[in-house]
Write a protein of this length. Sequence first.
Length: 372
Amino acid sequence: MIDVKSAYEALVQSGIGLFTGVPDSLLKNFCAYVTDTADRRHHIIAANEGNAVGIAAGHYLATGHPALVYMQNSGLGNTVNPLLSLADEKVYSIPMVLMIGWRGEPGVHDEPQHVKQGEVTLALLDAMQIPYVVLERVEQITTQVALAMQRKAPTALVIRKGTFGSYKLRNASHNDNPLSREEALKLVVDHLRKDDVIVSTTGKLSRELFELREARHEGHGHDFLTVGSMGHSSSIALGIALEQPARRVFCFDGDGAFIMHTGALGINASMQPGNFYHVLFNNGAHESVGGQPTIGFQLDTTGIASASGYRHTLSATTADEMVSALQQLEHLEGPVLLELRVAIHSRDDLGRPTTTPIENKEAFMEELRMKS
Ligand SMILES: Cc1ncc(C[n+]2csc(CCOP(=O)(O)OP(=O)(O)O)c2C)c(N)n1
């Protein structure tokens, strides 16, 4: 086990000038240490992992120092283009070090969305010709930074579950919103019509929705749980809404996911689906992977939606405001964005879906067939 302080110090001493990335539960302790230790200008939680590669490239151009780009292996896909067409030796040859949380490592039990990603993580790095080590000793950090500088190209540190020792975040994000995400979710589900369908985002929101349906004995056929593919739920909902005009299609989004691919909003709006309702559960954090802050409350999310062309936007914080907004929704034609400002909280005993993604898809498609 590597102590996060030693890892951080090894990175800084070997010349890493900036930390940027998207948090991951396997990197939770490391990210917490960076949040508490690096100054605000030198730690940037990015919109998506490709965004972080861009920031790292800019940092190198301006300073000659490499940056560390941290991510879950799910985020590798978001980095492929800037790694190969910007940082690669055959283009601008820009050194940086990737720190990649290896979810779904073969032989280690993990959720379905991580299995294939885990199987191909090392092969993806091989295909991109990025030299990597699976981190076991702190000295490997120094070597990988030196290698990035010597090759003037990206190198990687692959992080297994349990690699880093524990660390408790001192500067944890906090907000004063009265309702938890799960309480707000219950209010929304209370206001749904029988035929409404939901596409819910990656992380604990989908797990809470699954448990709520179980508790209410309602089945899961109305819900598509986007267990992976963070940031794409509203696009999935758009694809459905356009083909199912007779029913309301909801996207239940998180702020981290919303920010990850905000361009999707303009595309959603450009099609003007009258049956499209985008509910953003904004807690200003990546709560599902450790509560690291997002820019959720610095952004005018309803302003972005209106400027993108959504027909109506609403924002609510208290239970009364949420109920009133949900009642208004009954009379509003989409596309609508409803922002629900919620606390950073989840239950310790929150379970995971007990059905497989394929079962979820089949039940959902069966429901869609009934009204198409
Ligand atoms: C491309 C990608 N990057 C990172 C992750 C890891 N991840 C899973 S859930 C999550 C946080 C989601 O935050 P948000 O949308 O704000 O929802 P919250 O958990 O706060 O409700 C992250 C970063 C991922 N699944 N996919």
